[in-house]
Design a protein around this ligand. Structure first.
Ligand code: C2E
Ligand code: C2E
Ligand code: C2E
Length: 91
């Protein structure tokens, strides 16, 4: 990708996230709840998160950022354009 191209915004779909079984989504659900509490942002249908938070979540899930991103896209929690956020750094 071109160096001047900004990475896509990581926007989590919170309505989809609550539908994912908590055995899988529990750590992400707790992480999101923490960010909502820190921001005082409780009423959104979506939550924009930092690029750094995807790296932190990958450590929590013991996966590479690109594998975790594919999983979140598969759950419908992230849009397909989120792939570019990890491709720009790993690819
Ligand atoms: P902080 O990182 O010291 O940020 C202080 C304030 O700067 C934030 O208050 C927000 O108004 C603004 N800010 C910092 N970075 C950004 C950014 O990338 N985009 C936008 N739009 N604003 C930014 P806020 O939102 O009340 O958050 C308070 C604290 O909660 C933050 O302090 C940080 O420690 C934590 N936090 C909030 N959201 C996130 C997040 O998405 N990821 C992480 N890792 N921490 C977050
Ligand atoms: P955007 O970042 O593309 O967000 C589009 C809409 O998605 C927002 O419309 C809001 O309804 C929702 N949204 C996105 N991220 C979050 C989130 O973390 N929490 C919640 N509760 N909703 C979210 P909205 O609010 O009318 O904002 C329109 C545009 O204005 C945003 O486009 C963004 O470019 C800008 N904007 C709004 N608030 C902030 C802010 O606090 N900081 C920055 N840097 N830009 C903001
Ligand atoms: P955004 O507000 O449109 O910010 C886009 C990018 O600009 C951020 O990407 C970050 O690289 C930079 N940026 C914006 N404000 C600040 C700041 O106060 N301090 C620093 N060091 N950098 C800043 P990033 O980090 O990937 O965040 C993506 C989006 O996640 C932000 O888009 C915003 O919607 C949300 N976000 C991240 N952190 C916070 C936060 O602390 N509070 C709130 N309310 N929203 C946040």
């Amino acid at each position: 990708a071109g160096a001047a191209e900004p990475p896509p915004k990581l926007v989590l779909d919170l309505e989809r996230l609550v539908q994912v079984p908590s055995e899988k989504a529990g750590p992400l659900q707790r992480y999101v709840a923490t960010i909502q509490s820190q921001r005082g942002d409780y009423n959104g249908k979506v939550l924009s998160i930092r690029q750094d938070d995807l790296r932190t979540l990958a450590v929590i899930y013991d996966q590479s950022p690109s594998v975790l991103t594919e999983q979140l896209i598969g759950w419908g929690v992230l849009g397909a354009d989120a792939r570019r956020a990890v491709q720009t750094e790993e690819g």
